[in-house]
Design a protein around this ligand. Structure first.
Ligand code: F3S
Length: 392
């Protein structure tokens, strides 16, 4: 990969150890994927924030970078952490966990990376169309490429952090127009209504296509939240980082293969995401983190009802959205639900809170929770989730 004189200086360590490490990560990645050069990015979004998911070795690495004085050169933000600091009564109460989580956040913060602690940073600030980004968190990447028309590969935590420190990313993958073309037409013949229908479709399509880019033909005016659930699910069972749902879409010169998806495929995907018929201990909504609109919708559905004593109802979002939806947050909390920030049910410790059965309208959570959280799952629509969590 070509490096400019300035980039070579960083690579040789002339700006210090941390920038050298960051540059080496980017060069390694660039060489691996045949990038021709580094390109400037508008922003970086970094995953690998929850102590539950990254562990002790990563803390040492992040602290070593920050203690050498390295700073992000572009707008940079953080994915959710393992704790909601404002609702500590809902969280696991182990001093050691809290201290380690604090160290992670403060190391990132001292590098100038904003601890917004959300996987929906685009509700706070939308990236520019066609801007190059280095975003980690696969659901965020899918949304950025497919709905917001920005350009980002699926970064891992370390490569997004390296890109933040250098302000650039290697030019490969979907940063190049020729790699953003649709590979397959997916004709959707199923009727999709709830966001969870879109999530089930995403799981099915991700499983069949792996890293091929689909043009989903036949979606009828999907809402932004439906597209968010679709992309998050597709990125969970597959490896794509972009999908198309409206024409015109960039096609390759070859004739595209056509795949049909019907109601049975969607039903089977639903069934595959539920591991039990037992009653849930927790109902979880907010993967990816809710928009203000989704919180308003939940509040509307919950009005006049009461959350059952034996079920936790968790709704996760960012602090920014929680503030903007304050009135509806109050309605949900008055009914006995909790609107949490900074974390989510997957990256915090729910099994340790006594949760054995988790019900959710998020295909991504249902896909990961059995392995990442060791719980049984029930995958259902938003209405079914609200009905299961309320006593009237
Ligand atoms: Fe976000 Fe947690 Fe889901 S980080 S995408 S809410 S698993």
């Amino acid at each position: 990969m070509y490096l400019s004189r300035e980039e070579e200086r960083i690579y040789e360590g002339e700006e210090g150890w941390a920038y050298q490490v960051a540059m080496k990560i980017l060069v390694k990645l660039g060489d691996l994927f045949n990038a021709d050069r580094l390109i400037p990015i508008e922003s970086a979004h970094i995953s690998g924030v929850s102590y539950k998911t990254i562990g002790d070795a990563s803390i040492d690495f992040i602290e070593a970078l920050s203690s050498s004085g390295a700073k992000a050169r572009v707008e940079s933000t953080l994915n959710p952490a393992g704790i909601d600091y404002e609702h500590s009564e809902e969280m696991i109460s182990l001093q050691e966990i809290r201290e380690k989580q604090d160290r992670i956040i403060s190391a990132y913060r001292s590098m100038g990376i904003k601890p917004i602690l959300t996987c929906t940073p685009y509700y706070i600030k939308r990236p520019s169309e066609e801007a190059h980004l280095a975003w980690a968190e696969s659901s965020t990447v899918m949304y950025a490429n497919s709905v917001l028309h920005s350009w980002t590969n699926r970064e891992g935590g370390p490569s997004a952090l390296a890109a933040a420190l250098i302000g650039k990313t290697p030019n490969y993958g979907v940063h190049r127009p020729e790699n953003r073309r649709a590979d397959v037409i997916v004709k959707v013949e199923a009727e999709l209504e709830d966001d969870s229908d879109y999530g089930a479709l995403g799981i099915h399509v991700g499983r069949i296509l792996r890293d091929e880019i689909p043009f989903l033909y036949g979606l009828r005016h999907p809402s932004e939240s439906s597209l968010k659930h679709l992309g998050a699910a597709m990125a969970s069972s597959g490896m794509a980082s972009i999908f198309y749902y409206e024409a015109p879409y960039p096609k390759s010169s070859d004739r595209l293969e056509v795949i049909e998806v019907d109601a049975d495929d969607v039903r089977r995907a639903y069934e595959s995401l539920s591991t039990t018929n037992e009653k849930p201990d927790m109902v979880y909504i907010g993967c990816p983190h809710c928009s203000a609109e989704e919180i308003r919708n939940i509040a509307k559905k919950i009005r006049g009802r009461r959350v059952r004593e034996d079920v936790k109802l968790w709704i996760c979002t960012s602090r920014y959205v929680r503030e903007r939806a304050a009135e509806h947050v109050r309605m949900i909390e008055a009914a006995g639900g909790r609107v949490l920030v900074d974390t989510c049910a997957v990256v915090t410790w729910i099994k340790e809170l006594g949760v054995d059965v988790l019900m959710t309208n998020s295909a991504k959570t249902a896909f990961y929770a059995p392995t990442m959280n060791g719980v049984e799952t029930i995958y259902a629509s938003l209405d079914e989730c609200i009905d299961a969590s309320c006593s009237n």
